[in-house]
Design a protein around this ligand. Sequence first.
Ligand code: SAH
Ligand code: SF4
Ligand code: F3S
Length: 462
Amino acid sequence: MGKPIYYSDKFLNSSLEKLKEIISVKFSERQPLCFLHSFGCQQNVSDGEKIKEMLSRAGYGFTDAAENADLIIYNTCAVRENAEDRVFGAIGNLKHLKEYRPDTIIGICGCMAQQEKICEKIRSTYRQVDIVFGTYAYKDLFDMLCDVLDKRKRVFNISENSDELCEELTQLRDDKVKASVPIMYGCNNFCTYCIVPYVRGRERSREFTAVVSEVKELVKQGYKEIMLLGQNVNSYSFGFSNLLREIDKIDGHFRVRFMSSHPKDASYELIDTIIESKHISKQLHLPVQAGSDRILSLMNRRYTVSDYMKIINYAREKYPDFCFSTDIIVGFPGESYEEFLMTKKLLKEVGYYNVFSFVYSKRTGTKAALMVDNISDKEKGQWLRELLLEQRETAQRINDKFLGITKEILVDGFSTSHPEYLCGKTDEGIIVEFKGDKCLIGEFINVKITKSMNWALLGELA
Ligand code: SAH
Ligand code: SF4
Ligand code: F3S
């Protein structure tokens, strides 16, 4: 358990004042604009919102168009190779922009930037990038910007410093209905395929009271869904079930969700807490990764399929409609087709509402990168398709159960597939599309389910 050090606004202000001064000289006629895009998981998006909060304190406004921005920041993800490829593509595209707008400052931060080899590659090959900073360096943002703006220096800051957490800094949230709240940072689990512990350091938990007050404040502001975040919320230092129970005492009409939960630490107490609560969705994202004990052991997941099923069965015995979603990796080094079929079988047995499946991607520096990977990309692709097909059938079976039933949903916005429809989510996290007035966005409403598809439900206002 890392010991958090809370640094205050006062600490941030010293370089903030300097930055504001530089900005007022450089942008005397107009407000400087920033374009920030976060790749990757919700934790990264939440970091991006913290960066935006800092920038807005310094006087920056925000734009959705990179070509209009004075500062472009890509907050990156390193979890799979294709995530990194996407970022390099995006940085490559900025070369021309920098040529005709040489004053634009380009920053790369987040998980990918935290890796030394990536930082070096950007330093030597992507000269258009001015700032590279890792997952520990947000607190230095004002200093870094001062250096770039004032001295036109390129800045590279990927030093590791995992004892600091910034409690004083809120997130500049774009969404007015759903808010994510990180409760811890980093990961201690070292699953053999995963880069996260290397780029985000050891676990650091936020203070219990700080988290509870933040949620209280968000509910007061009218937020309807709070998503608690951590790589493994079950190892929250001050007791995750305790935290949930405390948050559940907050008055108001809101939902609480969280992710992710490592199955090795998911306890009966956690399930009981969810079931007994008023606000917590009766749903759990419990990434299983694989359905064979041999592969789970090679992955260093530290549970067996039977341990995993105990939690699922316990929850379903106490609350038959309890929903689960999961993450799956297909094609882990040495995985046989028979072992893959065990994953497929597990999927059917559990009946997940949602499955996020990924083809194994080799991450240099992890233990699995040293294992012999003799499955071809073509085979891995086939397995993935097979799995998706299986899940489509399961999802259809599950969604059919809702036909004719009235469900409470939280309305998110317009449907992307049918723009004349609104869409929302049930407590289980299933998408429901329906016709209604846009004033319903952000509200809880009851919808009668009239049609079921394998990816969503259709309904009408009840
Ligand atoms: N901390 C979370 C996972 C974060 S990464 C947890 O343990 O549940 C999200 C998902 O990405 C993982 O659950 C895993 O399924 C997938 N993933 C991680 N590393 C991967 C890799 N090298 N190749 C393919 N998928 C990977
Ligand atoms: Fe990666 Fe495992 Fe940590 Fe999740 S628990 S972030 S999969 S090492
Ligand atoms: Fe998240 Fe990707 Fe980093 S999944 S923790 S942004 S490597």
